[in-house]
Design a protein around this ligand. Sequence first.
Ligand SMILES: *[C@@H]1O[C@H](CO)[C@@H](O)[C@H](O)[C@H]1NC(C)=O
Ligand SMILES: *[C@@H]1O[C@H](CO)[C@@H](O)[C@H](O)[C@H]1NC(C)=O
Length: 465
Amino acid sequence: MSLCSWLALVTLIPVISSTNPGVEIKLTTKGLEYGRQLGMASIQQELKKINVPDFSGTQRVSPIGDVQYSLSNIQIMNVGLPTSAVALAPGTGVTLSIGNAVISLHGNWRDSGFFDLNVNQLSIASSIAIKSDDTGRPEVSNTDCTATVGSTTVKFHGGASWLYNLFSKFIDEALRNALQKQICTLVVDAISDLNPRLKSLNVVAQVDQYAEVEYSMVSSPTVSKYSIDFNLKGEFYNIGKHQEPPFFPTAFSLPLQDSNMLYIGVSAFTTNSAAFVYNRAGALSLYITDDMIPKGSPIRLNTRTFGAFIPQVAKRFPGLMMKLLLKTVKNPEVTFEPNNVTVKATGTVTAYAIQPNITLTPLFILDLETSVSAKVFVSGTRLAGAVSLNKMVLTLGTSYVGEFQVRSLDSILQMVLKVAVIPKLNAQLAKGYPLPSLGKMELVNTQLQVLKGYMLIGTDAHFTG
Ligand SMILES: *[C@@H]1O[C@H](CO)[C@@H](O)[C@H](O)[C@H]1NC(C)=O
Ligand SMILES: *[C@@H]1O[C@H](CO)[C@@H](O)[C@H](O)[C@H]1NC(C)=O
């Protein structure tokens, strides 16, 4: 191999293995605004932790001379954060600005008096970066912070307060420095306090006894003028056995919408990876027995009913009950077209006669092509669905009872699918599949649209804890 073609190959490898997301999430400015509210509550709590150490010394005050002072037991009485704003910083993250903040402090001077300090027009500007940590969970960090105190007013009460008021400017300066130094440290703490919540992202969500779904981020979030976009793996796996399916996610991008806080795009890759997993786990097979057919139905799973269409069955196996085994032979395929979810499945139906000694005697095997339409909806923080039969085509695979007209079994098989198979499938689908979520997050004002290649869920989020 020439060096050139080798290089070409090497540079191709990352392209081939580069992971398109199966699920994309767009956090809009509305979502960011909700984040600001949560963040501000946390910053307010944090700023109440400002700790101003006692300080004492001597200060020359003319014309009196040296005055000894000592300030102690300084406490934060109130933190007011009336205005704040967050903005997207394309390419980097988010900027947070707080203006007109007020901090009120109270302390003792000497042992005989007290003082009140008001810090006014405090402004804080912080830059926050967001990235993926090495487990694929989001992580924020403060990359820049400045705090500026506009003015302070200090007032001494009791004792020789007139004397202290003479050099309040000096004390004011000392307190201002002590505060200014701590504010950014505390803001940084408040921002890192968001991380435990972000790290509660369900990067591996267990679905049932067969499957789990991975929602780790495949790359760091990207920040544009309009949103923060998260690229998640969105892939189902057999529990404990992570085998990749023979297909890949294709790139897709969510439309610009901003009336909800979040937009979650779930691609056909994700649903197809689920089909791959369940098919591989052998979960897509079902024995159908007569007790699954409604009591009132004249059609029974026995050789008498089938004998009406295939006389050999009634003749060779008179008076026996029957059993059908339905199973998929390849991965069902899910396609999303605007307002239309279709699942195509290819399988076989094996019909058995149940002998009195309960051995099963195979009668025939039919090949089955079905297409179902699915309705999908969000239930809690899960994606659920329900299917109905579109189309079914039967052909003869193998017969152990001689020739017969397969078409004559169409209506029996359709009835069996409708009354025994689809309801069982729908009971499973109704349980739903976990969507990506953070901690105790509830989804509200949720809608779902089916677009080409993916489903788009628009939703607001609400944290309850
Ligand atoms: C949905 O799409 C499938 C396959 O593309 C088609 O057979 C079916 O008729 C469509 N259903 C509706 C309601 O448009
Ligand atoms: C069960 O009965 C069938 C039909 O009479 C017979 O062919 C088969 O050998 C029996 N199997 C056993 C295990 O007894």
